[in-house]
Design a protein around this ligand. Structure first.
Ligand code: AG3
Length: 274
C-alpha cells in the first residue's frame, strides 16, 4: 500500500506526492502542522494542508527571498525575517558578512522545534550567535519597530489563517516605519496562475508606500503552479541598478548575479498584473 498527500491548490487542481513516513501531525496553537518524508522531495513541512518547504527544492525560495534584497542594499547590517520558522531564509542571510544581527519573529514555536528536528540542514543556523529568535506575532513586532532594520523579509504562509494580516496595506505601512531611511523589504506574493488578484493588490498597495516597487519570480516545483512571485518595496535602492561589484562571492544553488537581474524580466501575462 502507498500513501499519497495532495495539496488542493484550487478547488479543481492539486499536487500529489508519495509519502513514506509521517513524523508529526499535530494541531498547534495556530495551525495544523504536518512533517512527512516524501519519496521525491525528501522531508517536507506542511502547514494547514499547504506545502511550505521540502529538502529538495527549498534552496530556490530561500536564496531568492534573501539574496535579491540583501545584494540590493549596499550595507545590510540589521535584518528581520517575519515568519520563516524553518530557518531557511536565516541560513541564507548569514552568508552576507555585513549582517551583524538577524532577527527571526515566528508566531508558532512548533514550526521552529520540528524544523530543527526534521529539517536540520534548513534550520541548523538558528543557533548562530548573529541570530535572535523570537516566538512572537510578526504583525505586532512590526507595529512596535521604528527605524530599525535595513532589510525585512516576509516569509509567510498564504493569506489565510495566521498570515492573513501580513498581506494588508497597514502591514506594509508598518514595515516602512520599521525600516531605516534606505530600507528594503520583500514578501512572498504567491503565484500568477491561481492568485493573480493578490499579486495586483499587493503591488498596488506597496507602490503607494514605497517609491521603488518591483516584482520578480522563481521556479519552485512544489508550490502552486511552480511560478512564484516576490514583491520588493524599497525606499532608495533599486534592485535593477545594483553595481556589478556589489555581488560578492557566496555559495548558492539557484541565485546568480545574472539571475538577480533576470528574475525581474516577467512573462507578459504577469507584467500585465502590475
Ligand atoms: N512560505 C511560503 C509558502 C507558500 C506555499 N503555498 C502553498 N503551498 N500553497 C514558505 C516557507 C518557507 N520558509
Amino acid at each position: 500500500m502507498s500513501i499519497w498527500f495532495t495539496e488542493k491548490q484550487t478547488e479543481n487542481f492539486g499536487i500529489t506526492m508519495k509519502i513514506n513516513k509521517t513524523y508529526v501531525s499535530e494541531q498547534t496553537e495556530f495551525q495544523k502542522l504536518d512533517m512527512v518524508e516524501t519519496e521525491e522531495f525528501g522531508n517536507m513541512l506542511i502547514l494547514d494542508g499547504m506545502v511550505m518547504t521540502t529538502q529538495k527544492d527549498e534552496f530556490v525560495y530561500h536564496e531568492m527571498v534573501a539574496h535579491v534584497p540583501l545584494f540590493t542594499h549596499p550595507n545590510p547590517k540589521n535584518v528581520l525575517v517575519v515568519g520563516g520558522g524553518d530557518g531557511g531564509v536565516i541560513r541564507e542571510v548569514l552568508k552576507h558578512p555585513s549582517v551583524e544581527k538577524a532577527v527571526l519573529v515566528e508566531i508558532d514555536g512548533k514550526v521552529i522545534e520540528y524544523s530543527k528536528q526534521y529539517l536540520p540542514e534548513i534550520a541548523g543556523d538558528l543557533e548562530n550567535p548573529r541570530v535572535e529568535v523570537k516566538v512572537d506575532d510578526g504583525f505586532m513586532h512590526i507595529a512596535t519597530s521604528n527605524n530599525e532594520y535595513d532589510v525585512i523579509m516576509v516569509d509567510s504562509t498564504e493569506p489565510v489563517g495566521p498570515a492573513a494580516k501580513l498581506f494588508e496595506k497597514g502591514f506594509y505601512e508598518g514595515i516602512s516605519k520599521a525600516l531605516k531611511e534606505d530600507g528594503i523589504f520583500v514578501a512572498q506574493t504567491d503565484n500568477p496562475w491561481f492568485t493573480p488578484e493578490l499579486i495586483s493588490q499587493v503591488f498596488s498597495d506597496v507602490s503607494e508606500i514605497f517609491p521603488i516597487t518591483r516584482l520578480y519570480t522563481a521556479n519552485i516545483p512544489t508550490y502552486p503552479s511552480g511560478l512564484w512571485t516576490f514583491t520588493i518595496g524599497s525606499k532608495k535602492h533599486d534592485p535593477l541598478e545594483v553595481p556589478a561589484d556589489r555581488f560578492h562571492d557566496i555559495e548558492t544553488k539557484y541565485w546568480t548575479p545574472q539571475l538577480h537581474t533576470a528574475s525581474f524580466a516577467l512573462p507578459k501575462f504577469v507584467s500585465d498584473l502590475i
